[in-house]
Design a protein around this ligand. Sequence first.
Ligand code: FPP
Length: 246
Amino acid sequence: MGNARDIHKDKLPKHLAIIMDGNGRWAKQQGFLRVVGHENGTKSVREIVEASAELGIENLTLYAFSTENWNRPKIEVQTLMKLLVKSLKKEIKTLQDNNIKLSAVGNLNDLPKKAHNELLEVIEKTKENSAMTLTLALSYGSREELINMVKELSNKVKNNIISSDSIDESIINKHLYTQNLPDVDLLIRTSGEQRISNFLLWQIAYAELYFTPILWPDFKKDDLYDALIEYQNRERRFGKTSEQLS
Ligand code: FPP
């Protein structure tokens, strides 16, 4: 079992991203409705956010709701939105106490007004916090993000604001929803699925991928430590040889 003492503070991922999967299966296993899985998932969100802040991880991004999730039964979508509002109201204190800045990526205008307003309010209230940035991906889809980026850049080229020759990685980064975040170093997906599911496709170019069978409502601090210990034991070569790195 992972232990925080075994984690090197100087080798933490600068950006940890998590696909929180398995709430529905967790509920089914226990004979509960799917929404109970989501409710218990919020407890894992709280624990992982606090543990990440405590360790000193600077950027944590959670996949809370994908563009495809709008196709789920209406009652489930409504529950997820209610849980979001409830969690935001409840956890503002946790965010302030831990000096955490809230941010969000995705098509936020798609969110119900209440959820959108609550989100903007917490983002505003925590904007001066500086220990960790917690980014919620809400109504997020990576391909949509990339399409928006291409549209914005082509408009700028058309209007002679930039030349097409000047387009490089840093310009592309500035036109993504994640513009202020570094590349993802470690991507965790729970529940045994080994897919990316349209999450941060550009940003995970060099990320280490970590898949665990644990369902999200069961994913706790020690499981995060396990993932970080494995990450720190992997050699990240960015296309170079081992000899070049040493
Ligand atoms: C995946 O489980 C999880 C989601 C679609 C939503 C994640 C949301 C939360 C953990 C709660 C709300 C979030 C915040 C930030 C307060 P699934 O339903 O796809 O599970 P399954 O694959 O087993 O059906």
